[in-house]
Design a binder for this molecule. Sequence first.
Ligand code: OAD
Length: 250
Amino acid sequence: MGEYQVEEVVEFLAGAGRVAVLTGAGISAESGVPTFRGKDGLWKQHKAETLATPEAFERDPKLVWEWYDWRRGLIAPVEPNAGHRVIAGWERLFGEMAVITQNVDGLHAKAGSQNVVELHGNIWKLRCTREGTVEEVRDNPLPHIPPVCPNCGSFLRPHIVWFGESLDPVVLDRATDLSESCQVMFVIGTSAVVHPAASLPYAAARAGAKIIEVNLEPTSLTPHANFFFPGKAGEILPVLDRQLREWTKP
Ligand code: OAD
């Protein structure tokens, strides 16, 4: 991380009132949550279409639920890392600060972030396939698989956006508004290939925001970013945060 780059970013941030942070699986990797596309990524071990599609659920709801129950078990004991904590602390530093996340693990909220837009849903929430009602269920493991709606007896499904499904338009509108109104957008730990999430930094840039990317490796977004910090989010964000707090100290 070049010192010059840190200074430039910090100077810029210190003057920004509206900041948005777009995160992907990489922000949770240092907490021990597997990513999707890395060498040990979930999509390397499992075919997405056998598990994360409406067709898969129709074909074999038990198999799909076994996989989600396994992932819930992985995530349940996990704690947010330094990256999540820095982002949560920024809510007190900037006038307007929002997290737009593709993650379903709930770790931003666990770290204390209050303004979180969950683009792809949340693994702790279950939705009735008939009534559409959403409920948070923390039981781990789930006592019965597939779980059924206590009200109507239909299957409950994970409240997660599957391949082939659209994002909730209200959620997407909010994410788009935040992207188009921020002055700085951080893009952290996402391979930036899944749309519409991957389009948000471009919407932000078109509206005049500076784009700051943090990732282990360059992505297709990197040539379009104003700054790129290669490395671990849990190491880079605390450095930026320290410098920023030095800079803004009264
Ligand atoms: P990916 O697994 O595609 O990408 C994770 C990114 O994080 C990669 O670019 C890594 O280089 C980077 N990375 C890994 N560890 C990191 C670290 N410690 N610090 C910084 N960067 C790190 O995950 P997403 O981009 O989030 O959708 O994937 C997007 C969507 O695809 C997911 O939300 C999921 C998946 O299908 C749904 O489940 C709906």
